[in-house]
Design a protein around this ligand. Structure first.
Ligand code: FE2
Length: 161
């Protein structure tokens, strides 16, 4: 049997990876390296898909005990993140960027960074979930990863249903 994952540790580790990726994108944009920025965004898309899915399908419902209706706000924030990621992906799909486009992409990246910082705050609340709940989260996190649907694909298909 596979070792059970620690849902809070993995959650925060994902955030660290996304944080670093976004900062790398920002650096790549400064160096006008669109290809590198695009590559990193592609990696983040793959990493973040299961993370978002886990959050919306399992973590957020569990956090409703603490946060009540604020959970709906979190989903709305995800809508914005998805829209921003799409803007970013479409800009970075070009061969080169004008200064203005590059600035726009950097702004989009910063929006994503703000979300990472906000989302990590949920870890402090998750720590108060019961061990039974934690086991369930561990399972569903692993399951979302096994399914491995990238963010933008998930957003346009499974999430819409
Ligand atoms: Fe998150």
């Amino acid at each position: 049997m596979a070792v059970k994952l620690d849902p809070i540790a993995e959650f925060r580790e994902d955030h660290r990876k996304v944080r670093d990726g976004i900062l790398e994108i920002t650096d790549a944009l400064k160096e006008k390296d669109v290809q590198k920025a695009r590559e990193i965004l592609g990696q983040l898309n793959v990493l973040v898909g299961p993370h978002f899915r886990y959050e919306e399908e399992h973590l957020y419902p569990a956090l409703r005990t603490f946060l009540g209706e604020y959970v709906d706000q979190l989903i709305k924030e995800h809508n914005n993140v998805i829209d921003t990621a799409k803007v970013c992906a479409s800009l970075l799909s070009r061969d080169s960027l004008t200064d203005k486009e590059s600035e726009e992409a950097a702004k989009a990246a910063m929006q994503l960074l703000i979300h990472v910082s906000n989302c990590d705050g949920l870890a402090i609340l998750s720590e108060r979930l019961s061990s039974k709940e934690m086991d369930r989260l561990a399972e569903s996190y692993a399951e979302a990863r096994t399914k491995g649907v990238p963010l933008l694909e998930w957003a346009d298909t499974i999430r819409k249903k």
